[in-house]
Design a protein around this ligand. Structure first.
Ligand SMILES: [Zn+2]
Length: 247
């Protein structure tokens, strides 16, 4: 028996009464569990297993990749998206999707768990700005999973790229390209040197900078564009949950 604090990041029907849930926990990272009786109205988990709920759980861990068995789940916090902001709900789905796809089973990192809790709480806050919260989460997750690219060099030739002035860079192939390496067949968008410099600082994990910085709409869109380019190149395709997020 193991105990953990975990966020429900995926659910799938398993049988008439049971579900398989994927959890992202502070103690063990991501893993799947069979939740027997989870679909019954008065089941053993009540409503603790809703998507993006944070729960205190007890589970039986099985060896060699077999599904664990969830034995208890107590609701700590329910994800409550802001009804008037579509980015709030779909941002939550996107966060769950990224946690599913960019993390490995049983590879814990409490900082990722904390970042996930923070973004979900911001997405539930009518005063917060969902695009800013989502972009900060994207960058944090890419950094902590080791996927954040080196923005100081061209992704193709490795030559240094300028981070100052009005210089714009092409975002493609999961990084930035210098002027000579751009190709018409590479899909991409330009990103300003200013946004690149901000991204670099955010990726360095300077929390004081992250708390202080106020990004413009244009910078958020550019930073999101770069994050999506990196995520797409890591996964081999765009995350499906992205289609409803328009920054
Ligand atoms: Zn180059």
């Amino acid at each position: 028996m193991e105990k953990a604090d975990a966020i429900i990041i995926r659910q799938a029907d398993f049988s008439e009464s049971s579900r398989v849930v994927t959890l992202f926990s502070r103690e063990f990272g991501k893993f799947g569990c069979l939740a027997k009786g989870a679909k019954r109205l008065k089941g053993p988990f009540d409503a603790a297993l809703d998507l993006l709920s944070t729960c205190r759980i007890v589970f039986i861990r099985k060896s060699s990749g077999a599904l664990g068995i969830l034995t208890q789940a107590t609701l700590v916090r329910r994800f409550a998206p802001v009804p008037t902001n579509i980015h709030s709900l779909y941002g939550g789905y996107y966060v769950a999707d990224l946690l599913c796809k960019l993390t490995e089973d049983f590879d814990p990192d409490a900082r990722i768990f904390d970042a996930a809790e923070r973004v979900l709480s911001e997405l539930s806050d009518p005063e917060a700005d969902p695009p800013t919260a989502i972009v900060q989460f994207e960058i944090t997750l890419l950094r902590l999973t080791g996927h954040f690219p080196d923005l100081t060099t061209c992704n193709v030739c490795g030559e240094p790229v300028q981070l100052t002035g009005k210089f714009a860079h092409w975002v493609s192939q999961g990084g930035v390209l210098c002027v000579t390496c751009r190709r018409p067949e590479f899909e991409g968008k330009s990103i300003s040197a200013g946004s690149l410099a901000i991204l670099q600082k955010l990726a360095d994990g300077e929390s004081s900078f992250a708390a202080r910085v106020r990004l413009s709409r244009e910078q958020i869109a550019e930073c999101h564009q770069l994050s999506v380019s990196v995520i797409t190149s890591v996964l081999g395709r765009k995350p499906g949950t992205l289609q409803y997020l328009k920054f």
